[in-house]
Design a protein around this ligand. Structure first.
Ligand code: SF4
Length: 387
């Protein structure tokens, strides 16, 4: 099957180009501590050798930025940097990378007196001076609060879409055209909808596709495949990432999964629509990155999966997140959420914090909460009673 492609413009990222009819580029992200230069160089090279056209690295501090400069000297991979709240770090890191990713929803925390437009102007000027492309990376759990207020709380798609369109308009008005957009959600059906709506409005802008916090294989790969099949068959998507919760030595599996999905779609081997939102147990978990607060996170996610093996038919969503950057926001919509601190795990029921527990204690507490939730829902008749 020849995949159609939207007429997006070409955007160069180091030695690769996305959009403009170029081959779809597979990306990944390092999960090592950025300050651990040896480990990050090794993981970057491992991902590049596996076929990653671009490798992303998180930077949150001056120390990370200094490490990145050293990493740049020791790898030929195309590098992207992931900025969060501290957008000013772009000045320190842009000389070392080929692309800068910023999240519109994170431009509100630092210097609240400075407008987001001014901050984006600063990012654009710095990227331009350093030959960097930009990704406007919108994420379901950290959408611009002003955009959220404009829409019905039940509509999580429109705020993401409008945030991305608004940032595209600003970059266009600044004459900066070397950018792409991503619109990620942990629900593959929402990923499909928001990307379809964006592509209908801006078919010229290259799209980076991904299902955020897809979780552990094989479910994480299946969720991602569901979204990619529908979008890529419509010509939507110029670069992809399969986000998987796997230990560091298995990170290359993200690339292999991406390559397999692309090959299967091209050959017409499709799994077709599966609706996770109306199915059974759904565990979403982040792929971890340099920000992860405790390396026990991946084990914790796997233990949650084991702990819930008898609950796979229950329509419950559990979110397991690796750090405080995205953990608090991205667990809000789950029935039960866990986000990791250095020595404790925060356990939440929806948006409410139940408590902080040690890594040893938290699974026991989680199981008790799950049993209570199921029992309450059975009494309310929203979950069938066990036979
Ligand atoms: S939740 Fe934190 S550790 Fe996990 S991928 Fe996101 S930023 Fe990284």
């Amino acid at each position: 099957m020849n995949l159609p492609r939207n007429p997006t413009r070409a955007v160069r990222i180091g030695s690769v180009t996305i959009g403009g009819g170029h081959a779809i580029v597979i990306q990944s992200m390092c999960a090592t501590k950025t300050t651990d230069v040896e480990a990050t160089v090794a993981q970057t090279n491992c991902l590049a050798e596996a076929g990653a056209g671009v490798v992303r690295i998180a930077v949150d501090s001056r120390r990370d930025a200094e490490a990145l400069a050293e990493i740049r000297q020791r790898t030929r991979a195309n590098l992207s940097v992931d900025l969060q709240e501290n957008y000013r770090l772009v000045r320190d890191v842009a000389p070392s990378v080929d692309k800068v990713r910023y999240n519109p929803g994170h431009l509100y925390h630092h210097e609240p007196q400075r407008s987001w437009q001014d901050k984006v102007r600063f990012l654009v000027d710095t990227a331009g001076e350093n030959d960097c492309a930009i990704r406007i990376g919108v994420n379901c759990g950290s959408v611009d609060p002003a955009k959220r207020e404009m829409f019905d709380p039940a509509d999580s798609i429109s705020p993401m879409l409008h945030s991305a369109l608004e940032h595209c308009e600003l970059l266009d008005s600044l004459g900066f055209r070397r950018y792409c957009v991503s619109l990620k959600d942990s629900d593959p059906l929402k990923v499909v909808e928001v990307n379809r709506r964006f592509a209908a409005e801006r078919p010229d802008v290259p799209l980076h596709l991904g299902v955020t916090e897809a979780g552990m294989p094989p479910e994480g790969i299946l969720k991602t495949r569901i979204a990619f099949e529908q979008l890529l068959r419509l010509g939507i998507g110029d670069t992809i990432r399969v986000s998987l919760t796997v230990p560091n030595p298995r990170k290359h599996e993200e690339i292999e999964a991406g390559r397999q999905i692309l090959a299967d779609i091209a050959a017409g081997r499709l799994v077709n629509l599966v609706d996770f939102s109306s199915g059974g147990l759904n565990i979403i978990s982040c792929p971890s990155c340099s920000r992860v607060e405790n390396e026990a996170f991946v084990d914790l996610a796997q233990q949650v999966k084991q702990l819930t093996q008898d609950l796979t038919d229950k329509p419950i969503t559990i979110a397991v997140m690796g750090c405080r950057v995205n953990g608090p926001g991205e667990t809000d919509d789950a029935d039960l959420g866990l986000w990791c601190g250095p020595t404790f795990v925060n356990l939440k029921r929806g948006g409410e914090l139940i408590g902080r527990f040690s890594y040893d204690e938290v699974l026991h507490k989680l199981r008790a909460e799950l049993d209570c939730l199921i029992s309450n829902r059975q009494k309310a008749g929203t979950v069938p009673r066990d036979r």
